[in-house]
Write a protein that binds this ligand. Sequence first.
Ligand SMILES: C[S@@+](CC[C@H](N)C(=O)[O-])C[C@H]1O[C@@H](n2cnc3c(N)ncnc32)[C@H](O)[C@@H]1O
Length: 474
Amino acid sequence: MIAALDTTLLGEVSGFIAERLGLHFPEERWSDLARGLEAAGRELGFEYPDACKRWLTARDLTTRQIETLASHLTVGETYFLRDPASFEVLAREILPPLVARRVESGRTLRLWSAGCSTGEEAYSLAITCARTLPDLEAWNASVLATDINPKALAKAEAGVYSQWSFRGAPGWLRERFLAPTPEGKLEIAPTLKNLVHFGYLNLAEDVYPSLHNHTNAMDVIFCRNVLMYFTPDHQRRVVTALHRCLMDGGYLVVSPAEAGNSLFPMFAMEDIGGVILYRKTSRPTCVVPWPSIVSPEPSALAPEPAFFATSTPLGLPREPAFVAAAAPAATVAPVESATPIIAPPGDSPLELARTYANQGKLAAALVACRDAVAADRTNPAAHFLCATICEELGRPEEAVAALGKVLYLDQDFVLAHHGLGGLYKRLGKHEKSKRHLAIALELLAHRSRDEIVPESDGMTCGRLQESVRAMTGA
Ligand SMILES: C[S@@+](CC[C@H](N)C(=O)[O-])C[C@H]1O[C@@H](n2cnc3c(N)ncnc32)[C@H](O)[C@@H]1O
């Protein structure tokens, strides 16, 4: 197979793949690369090897071609509660103190499955939150789930799985969180689906943390079985960016095979019952040479029986009550006070609002943002930031209203159309969603690919265009 695509071409293509997707194909893996290229070429209708060669050397790949390549060059293998010890540690050691801190200060929980594939990991995070929090409906809890593969994301969003996705999963998971479909599959309960928000994000190229794609102020990030496919350079870049996405005290969880000291020097490493965690801390990090590990406090190892012993707080029959309670903000406490708010003195209300939002102080951010709006009602950027904060607070209707004001002031504000496309999709208003995404694409068609989208934290028009296309399936 390597002979069909000559080694010079494979060398060039592996460089290109590393640049665009972060994926590492050293010479010893060129047979995998050739196999993936052949499959991608076939799916895209290029005759192998000649048309495929021409396609690869042209380099001007469309988004669809990049995505098709990604889907054939990456492994999407995943299942529910994969590596159960990580979820146990999340339930017993990470969430309880976090919840105790947040109960008086915002009742917000933000988790992220980065490289979520078909969604099993993201739903496992949601399930763990639901089982840990008896009053989940009183919280603004969310799981962001992102991947580069739109087909995997579409399956994830549908939330329908074969029995194979539950291999090794305990019986309570099926009983409490899944409903059988007539085709003999299992569907995720709507209550859980509402907690998880899927999005397209290329970890190698996209901008994060960013308010715009909701990758800021994370409490817990699971990025498992993803880094292992990246080049060493991309591994470092991704880990550094993920560190910036976390709140102080937040955790990064990777797979056991990816854990090691050299890649995570900016984190404090913790070993809880054999599970290695990376914690962001403002204290100087103690870098312990691998395989030595930081011993947990004895109390941290004490078993917390609630996770496996109690009945679930969230079952299918409670769904209407949960949906009704989850949307409005009334349940979210107005002030976050557990950690001090760090804001440079002399900032304008808008800058202050951005600083607070980036620190996850959403209630304070909204107050500052409304001050900014009161000071200048004609500033679309202030309304846009209000919309972003409302969305993060789990108040989609208010976010839609704020985006309406942005477009009243500036009908070409492309991120407002993009935002409305996403919000209407989540609210089940598909026609409106399509309309706004189509307008976003139309506006982007008149801009250069390298131009930075205003209010986007540095995203290029080309990338936004790819993201909108992925949302529309175009
Ligand atoms: C093996 S799956 C991991 C799924 C899940 N995290 C788990 O551990 O079960 C790897 C996923 O990483 C995704 N991926 C690979 N390169 C990526 C990139 N540059 N940006 C985002 N996701 C990427 C793949 O599409 C695939 O879905």
